[in-house]
Design a binder for this molecule. Structure first.
Ligand code: PRX
Length: 650
């Protein structure tokens, strides 16, 4: 990676109130030198029913305990809706663009208030109480945001499950947090195709029941009107229920550290973890990053293309923007439907000012040719953003030159589900840009690079990325398993939060994320554990063993490469390959579709039986010239067969 290309901050990138470099440096120093004073002041950007007197009470040592604003009381939905009503009741809060370009909806803050209150009342009517977990399995329609906000209004804890996940994945998540209330839709709609959400929900409920978690109610939004099954007494139509209750609902007073949501994410082990975020610190951090990273100004039309099923959708479609009184665009569709110009048509149609998407989408659109972009105007755009995976400099340059016409800054934002909000990022009026670098830490964030032994690396260095002190938006625990929280994030390098990412720091102190250093894949910005895909594969009755690694993929960033050993007597075939791909899609969801399957009579193992993934990665990358030392293998002979039958021969 070269850092010769530097894009200096342009005067035109600054508006009134945009943070400049001097301010960045001062605020950053203040935030590090005196976090109590800094966050004590910025915590007041949101409204508190009962103001906090304590600010930071956190420890990364021992039992790891993270508390922010701990004696304050607030309500998230009040902050995202009610407090804006007087000034911007008639302003559009959620601007919805359907999968079908002919469909859109505008929901004002006033309307949002009524919808959220009604839904909150419906949940109360069905017995949902403060602290109860509610699972949301929805398409990208405004009702998904209503559902999240309604939970926060009554203090229920939501667990949003991405609509692309399978019934098995949904069922597992319902079981883990013992959620008995599910909000879904009849079907989802993406790229002209329907997704059987209600049918999947029914299958998931059966799985949950087998694990002794009984879902009591399902609230179903009518999206497509498609034919669905129905369990009378358990299932209710969303619209009918909402019509039957009062249009106002008092917001519950919540403690700053009361849970707001659980979001499942993948790690090195087979089972996704329920990342738990709480209320006060999360909202302060989400709203503050939303304002300064995107340089959000009053009246801007802001669009984040993520799905609400991911943390980006939580923090930067729903909570951050709405806490700031923004107009947030929510898009049901996909970048290439009806054609590859869709994003830019939507930008023109809704006069979008701020646009935030993922490198995988940028690469795909880059491949489709410039005409899809240049036929649109994009003149309203003031800022572009990127998130989810490292952006390669070529894609960055294309985004800058073609989409932004060399006119507007790009913020490459690094963060994770666990972080709640953006941690490393440029600020458009303050930070000179280097394509491929997430640049500098946000206020209050203290990055540290360490080697594999945990030695701190100073200056120009390449290492493992840790954060040494707490920030308000970070996760508090793994739901139901605090021990796993400590083990996963604080044990490898004690006293520090370990991100799982590799990272380089250059001579200007800029950070360059190089990707995961653990057994986590990032496929099209979707995070998944190799162990998850492996356990899906071995669940197939013809598979005896499987090992999964990532390999560089032009569009997806990483592709999924599976080595599969079959049961005795089973023969490899293309047919079986297809069967296994379908099987993984069924077990996890289409995002986990294997790209390559190699049938392997044996896997490279040490004498103690540990699979040597390093070798498998090299072979998947077609880089077997430098396999390193294979003499510790129990059977060095397996390597020749693996090389001979590799699937990525160039
Ligand atoms: O490897 C990093 C990559 O995505 C991981 C986090 O994934 P997830 O929890 O799903 O959250 C994605 C969106 C917040 C990180 O460990 N990642 C995310 N953003 C970037 C990135 N890698 C490089 N550059 C980024 N801007």
């Amino acid at each position: 990676m070269s850092d010769t290309n530097i894009y200096r901050v342009q005067p035109s990138w600054k508006r009134e109130g945009t943070i400049d470099n001097e301010t960045y440096l001062k605020w950053y120093a203040d935030s590090i030198n005196d976090p109590d004073a800094f966050w004590g002041e910025h915590g007041r950007r949101i409204d508190w029913f009962k103001p906090y007197t304590k600010v930071k009470n956190t420890s990364f040592e021992g039992d790891v305990s993270i508390k922010w604003f701990e004696d304050g009381e607030l309500n998230i939905s009040y902050n995202c809706i009610d407090r804006h009503l007087e000034k911007r009741g008639d302003q559009v809060a959620i601007l919805w663009e359907g999968d079908n370009p002919a469909e859109d909806r505008k929901i004002t803050y006033k309307e949002l208030h009524e919808q959220v209150c009604r839904l909150a009342n419906v949940m109360k009517k069905h017995g949902v109480r403060k602290g109860d977990r509610v699972t949301i399995y929805m398409p990208m329609i405004p009702e998904a945001a209503f559902a999240m906000l309604a939970c926060s209004r009554i203090g229920a804890v939501h667990s949003v499950v991405f609509g692309g996940f399978s019934p098995d994945a949904l069922g597992g998540r319902i079981v883990d947090c013992e959620s008995t209330f599910v909000i879904t839709a009849d079907e989802g709609l993406r790229g002209g195709r329907t997704i059987p959400l209600k049918e999947n929900t029914e299958k998931a409920i059966d799985i949950a029941a087998k694990n002794f978690v009984m879902v009591k109610n399902v609230l179903v939004v009518r999206r497509t009107g498609g034919k669905i099954g129905w369990a009378t007494g358990r299932d209710f139509w969303y619209d009918e229920e909402l019509a039957s209750v009062e249009p106002t609902c008092e917001p519950e007073k919540m403690n700053a550290e009361d849970p707001l949501f659980i979001l499942y994410t993948s790690g090195s082990t087979g089972k996704p973890k329920g990342v738990l975020h709480t209320s006060g610190g999360y909202l302060v951090y989400a709203s503050m990053t939303h304002q300064h990273v995107f340089d959000y100004h009053d009246g801007d039309i802001y669009w984040c293309t993520a799905d609400v099923g991911w943390v980006t959708g939580h923090s930067y479609i729903v909570y951050g923007p709405l806490a700031n009184g923004a107009t947030t665009l929510m898009f049901e569709g996909v970048p290439n439907y009806p054609d590859q110009g869709r994003f830019w048509n939507v930008v023109d149609k809704h006069k979008v000012n701020i646009f935030y998407t993922a490198p995988t989408a940028i690469r795909a659109l880059m491949g489709a040719g410039d005409e899809f972009v240049t036929r649109s105007s994009r003149s309203t755009l003031k800022l572009l953003g990127s998130v989810g995976e490292p952006i390669n400099p070529e894609a960055w340059e294309w985004y800058y030159n073609v989409v932004g016409e060399k006119r507007i800054p790009i913020v490459d934002t690094w963060w994770q589900t666990e972080n709640g909000g953006i941690l490393i990022t440029p600020l458009p009026g303050a930070t000179d840009l280097k394509p491929g670098s997430a640049t500098r830490p946000f206020f209050g964030v203290k990055p540290q690079l360490v080697d594999n032994e945990g030695n701190v690396l100073e200056g120009v260095a390449d290492g493992n990325l840790c954060i040494t002190d707490a920030w308000p938006g970070m996760m508090r625990t793994v739901y139901g398993d605090h021990k796993r929280f400590i083990e996963t994030y604080f044990s490898q390098y004690p006293g520090r939060y370990f991100s799982g990412d590799g990272c380089r720091r250059d001579a200007d102190g800029y950070y360059w994320i190089t990707g995961r250093v653990d057994d986590v894949l990032n496929v099209s910005g979707h995070r998944m554990g190799t162990a998850e895909v492996e356990s899906a594969l071995v669940a197939h009755d013809k598979v005896s063993e499987a090992a999964v690694v990532g390999y560089p993929h032009d569009l997806k960033g990483q592709g999924i490469y599976c080595y599969v050993t079959l049961m005795d007597g089973e023969e490899p075939s293309d047919e079986l390959r297809k069967e296994l791909v379908a099987h993984v899609r069924k077990e996890i969801g289409p995002i986990a579709s294997p790209d390559k399957i190699q049938f392997a009579p044996g896997l490279p193992k040490t004498r103690s039986g540990k699979i040597m993934r390093r070798i498998l990665r090299k072979i998947a990358e077609d880089d077997f010239g430098s396999l390193g030392d294979t003499s510790t293998l129990a059977d060095p002979g397996v390597v020749d067969d693996l090389i001979e039958n590799r699937q990525n021969k160039h």
